[in-house]
Structures are given as C-alpha cells and as structure tokens.
Ligand binder design. Structure first.
Ligand code: HEC
Length: 127
C-alpha cells in the first residue's frame, strides 16, 4: 500500500472514531462523563437519587435541558460519583456522601436510596 493512501485511510479511521465518541447513538444520553449508557435505567436511578436527598431533578438540572452542565450541583454530583464508584470502604463512602449532600445544599433523607441508585447505573456488561 502506498504511503499517502495509508495516511488517508488512517485519517478516515481516526475521524470515524472521533465521530463515534462525539455523537451518541439515537436514544443514548448526550453528556455522560461518569455513568455508562444504560437507557431508561438512568432516569430511574436519578429519581431514586433525588428522593434519597429530598430534591427534585431541577436541583441539579436546568429544566428540560438534561445534558446542560449549567448548574454547579451537577458537577459536584459528578465528583461525588467519581469518588464513591471505586470506593469499597463504608466509612469513606459515608464521609463522601455527607460532604456531597452539604455541598449541593440538600439533606440526606434515605442513604439506602442513594446507594440503591447506583444499582440502576451498572454498565450492561457488568450486570
Ligand atoms: C443530585 C443531583 C442530580 C439530581 C437530583 C438529578 N440528576 Fe440527573 N444527572 C446528574 C448528573 C451528575 C448527571 C451526569 C452524570 C454523568 O456525567 O455521568 C446527570 C445526568 C442526567 C441525564 C443525562 C443527560 C444527558 O443527555 O447527558 C438525565 C436524562 C438525567 N440526569 C435525568 C434526571 C432526572 C429525570 C432527574 C429527576 C428525577 C434527575 N436527573 C435528578 C445529577 C442529578
């Protein structure tokens, strides 16, 4: 294969790969940085999460703009997800949940509901 042709093919492959990463397939969520694509289960977990800390969706989301990152509560919640997803130690998880709830101006109602939300967000491959 000629060198220019090879380079052209690699460029097309790279562009195609970038497109796959940037453009979610139909029905997928647009702006997930931490949680996997789990379809409708995402919203089910969100409802449970909100209930566990006594807030509505709009505490973290701009109304009808789920993918928007405009509310700081959403970013703080992402940081919480990152901190606890790979944290098996119960005491550390408790510290993280208390700090997160305080940071976003909520109050813990039911800790079990919050941890239960993560069960909805398991990647299909790890179910
Ligand atoms: C305590 C904060 C919080 C609450 C309350 C909350 N969410 Fe979320 N939501 C998030 C975060 C953080 C993400 C992004 C997760 C990521 O980056 O992986 C997200 C992502 C989403 C997305 C994906 C949007 C996209 O296309 O990227 C949807 C849809 C969604 N939430 C719906 C809801 C619904 C419906 C409710 C209420 C029942 C709700 N959320 C309540 C924090 C919250």
């Amino acid at each position: 294969m000629s060198k220019p042709l090879l380079i052209a093919l690699l460029a097309v492959a790279a562009a195609g790969g970038a497109y796959l990463v940037l453009a979610p397939a139909p029905g997928q969520h647009q702006n997930l940085e931490v949680l996997p694509q789990v379809g409708e289960a995402l919203g089910q977990g969100m409802r449970q999460l909100g209930k566990g800390i006594g807030v509505e969706c709009e505490h973290c989301h701009v109304k009808d703009e789920w993918a928007s990152d405009a509310k700081p509560q959403k970013g703080l919640t992402r940081a919480f997800f990152r901190a606890v997803l790979a944290e098996p130690d119960a005491a550390k998880r408790k510290v993280a949940i208390d700090a997160w709830v305080a940071a976003i101006g909520a109050e813990l109602q039911d800790e079990g509901l919050v941890w239960g939300a993560f069960a909805h967000w398991k990647a299909p491959s790890s179910r």
